[in-house]
Design a binder for this molecule. Sequence first.
Ligand code: FMN
Length: 205
Amino acid sequence: MHALLVIAHPDPKSLSHGIAARIAEGVALSGAGNSTEIGDLAAEGFDPSFGLADIAVHRREAPPPAEIVAEQARIDRADALVLVYPVYWWSMPGLLKGWIDRVFANGWAYEAGPDGKVVKKLRHLKVHLVGIGGADARTYARHGYFEAMKTQIDHGIFDYCGACVVTSELLLDSDSQDPGLHLEAARAIGRNLFDAATHCEATAA
Ligand SMILES: Cc1cc2nc3c(=O)[nH]c(=O)nc-3n(C[C@H](O)[C@H](O)[C@H](O)COP(=O)(O)O)c2cc1C
């Protein structure tokens, strides 16, 4: 089994990168032959701005640019897609949002028909979300941010395309919490990545 870990953080020494590395370690421990590829969007210089070429793809007037086809191909090669990102303004960083805007394009991730019906094209894709936030769980609960993020990201993006969000974790208190606890949790996420996700089977049907 193969996982694509997409990380959106500019600093390779950050906790977010440490967490991605631990998830990869966990995957390697989860079974002989299990592998990961790291998509480090900042280091790779991914351009998150949705431009004219992307609008043409969205309107089905042109095929996707080569760099977008390459991103779609590495998702297609993976059994699981893991997004690792710091929470910025109760959402994902612009770099990752732009990656989704451009890569999860009309025609590849979903297909909007002339009758207004949407065909979900990523029913085979298993997704794991790992957000790292500085605020504490009480703050998230008090303001409804847990629910808001789930609605917007898990449901609004991935369910729209038919992908199954197998796990959705927020590792909080990142500035004051012992980082060792988050790193341990990350390793466990990696170890369990390919475990049976029965609730996904109905989605995939
Ligand atoms: C621009 C910006 C916005 C942020 N917004 C939030 C936020 O909305 N909620 C939150 O819990 N933490 C927020 N934080 C804190 C980061 O999530 C936290 O510092 C980060 O996850 C720490 O991990 P790192 O070492 O990988 O950067 C924000 C940080 C920055 C730089």
